[in-house]
Design a protein around this ligand. Structure first.
Ligand SMILES: [Zn+2]
Length: 465
């Protein structure tokens, strides 16, 4: 199995006849699933020089090429040629903090259509404002700030279901604002919060020559606020009337921190129309979790081999990507999904001060459809992964994330935003650094809407924001 050849075969020119495509597929069906080579082995590709080293003859490009490579029954060589991914160690920086990371490197990333090709949205930074946008004369944080992912639950999780439906109905015209640290208490302790944000946005709009009034208000919340939860639920503020150019800028820049009349403010901007899908697939806890790149390589290799060898996973990936018209064979589709995977190390400090670090498995969402993605996550989260012959990897079920910025990749204790060299927003104390366990009985409606059936009627449940 030769990686380059596969890639070539999957990108037929648009004018290729249907019969040719079908013939191609038939041929694909006969292909064997390539097996892997040990970590660190060299991947041999199809370049003319490489083929010479394998002892195969050079051919002119227009010569007939049988599908079967000339390696015949040489099993070892076939295995070597079948190597299509390797694991590479690196780090991902989130402001001042850094996460040791290992990721899959595979040529199959290239098979995603350019429009569907994404990079991990949890990584990277937001740049300073472009020159054509003028910031208002309010002291405001500049410099690169970490990317944050605001998914559906962050935006709509605490919003009354009727109001949420109303927002979705005209989401293209609206902008969602999530205050830093948003939760119950925030609006009690900072009564001027909504107006402070409104003033900033209006000053920004005016400074850029668009004299419009904005409509800024808190979205009504679902049910009663649980009193024990200070930060458990984000509380979305909805802004209407932002000129398109400014809205685009707000979404690009995402994080705003400023100081107005002595009061610090910080908020995040999200698109209520197309919230970003988090890439987090699985969270692992346990004694075996260390910062070591070698150990993490071992883990990611084992995870990916397990997923790719599991018929249920293969079928699901094949069906989903086939519907999305991606890839030509089941093997290709599985390889495409695996090519986006990475394992991230993240620190966690529990309430009692104990350090219990985690590994997060990240990967591109398999579908933009929420239900399909949920089904995929359910499928993967049911798999038991093994680090090696004697260690099973344990899933972490307790919600993990930052109560301040709602990021899912660090805990509140390690929020990089207040450590930013030019941070002008509020600086939190360290009393609340873990998502809270909410002492509340969820209504059936809420349980259903959030897609979580468990916990109903038990009077005690976790929330995940
Ligand atoms: Zn944070």
């Amino acid at each position: 199995m030769i990686p380059n050849k596969r890639i070539k075969s999957t990108a037929p020119p648009p004018d290729l006849e249907r019969e040719d495509l079908e013939a191609d597929r038939d041929q694909d069906k006969r292909r064997k699933i390539p097996t892997r080579i040990p970590e660190g082995a060299v991947v041999i590709t199809k370049s003319r020089d490489d083929r010479n080293t394998l002892g195969t003859p050079n051919r002119k490009s227009n010569e007939y090429r049988p599908y079967q490579t000339s390696i015949g029954n040489n099993r070892a060589l076939a295995n070597l040629l079948g190597a299509i991914w390797r694991v590479e160690a690196g780090r991902f920086n989130e402001g001042s903090s850094t996460h040791p990371t290992v990721r899959i490197v595979s040529p199959y990333t290239a098979l995603f259509p350019p429009a569907q090709r994404q990079t991990n949205p949890h990584w990277g930074t937001r740049d300073t404002p472009p020159p054509e946008i003028h910031m208002p004369a309010i002291p405001c944080t500049t410099g690169n700030l970490p990317n944050l992912v605001f998914d559906e639950a962050t935006i709509y999780g605490a919003v009354d279901s009727k109001v949420a439906a109303g927002i979705r109905g005209k989401a293209e015209e609206l902008t969602a604002v999530i205050p830093f640290g948003a939760g119950n208490k925030l609006f009690d302790t900072q009564p001027g919060l909504v107006n402070g944000i409104k003033d900033f946005l209006e000053a920004l709009v005016e400074r850029n020559g668009e004299g419009v009034k904005l409509e800024v208000q808190r979205a009504a919340r679902e049910g009663r606020a649980p009193h024990t939860a200070t930060f458990a639920k984000p509380f979305t503020i909805i802004v209407a009337g932002v000129p398109h150019r400014i809205r685009t800028f707000l979404l690009q820049r995402q994080t705003f921190a400023f100081r107005s009349q002595g009061t610090p403010y910080a908020f995040f901007v999200a698109d209520p129309d197309q919230p970003t899908k988090p890439w987090i697939i699985y969270t692992f806890k346990g004694d075996y979790i260390v910062e070591s790149g070698e150990r993490m390589k071992e883990a990611l290799t084992s995870i990916c081999r397990t997923i790719e060898g599991l018929p249920a996973a293969r079928n699901f990936v094949n069906k989903t990507l086939m519907e999305r018209r991606m890839g030509n064979t089941a093997e290709e589709r599985m390889q495409m999904i695996l090519s986006t995977m990475s394992l991230v190390y993240t620190e966690r400090r529990r309430e009692d001060g104990r350090q219990t670090p985690l590994w997060q498995l990240h990967g591109m969402p398999i579908s933009p459809n929420i239900d399909t993605q949920r089904e995929w996550l359910k499928l993967v989260r049911r798999i038991r992964f093994y680090l090696n012959d004697y260690t099973a990897m344990e899933p972490e079920r307790i919600p993990f994330g930052c109560v301040w910025c709602k990021s899912l990749t660090h805990d509140g204790n390690a929020c990089p935003l207040p450590d930013h060299r030019d941070w002008k927003g509020p600086v939190p104390d360290d009393k609340h650094y873990a998502p809270e366990i909410v002492d509340t009985i969820p209504t059936n409606k809420e349980g259903r809407r959030r897609g979580k059936g468990k916990g109903k009627g038990k009077g005690r449940r976790h929330t995940q924001e």
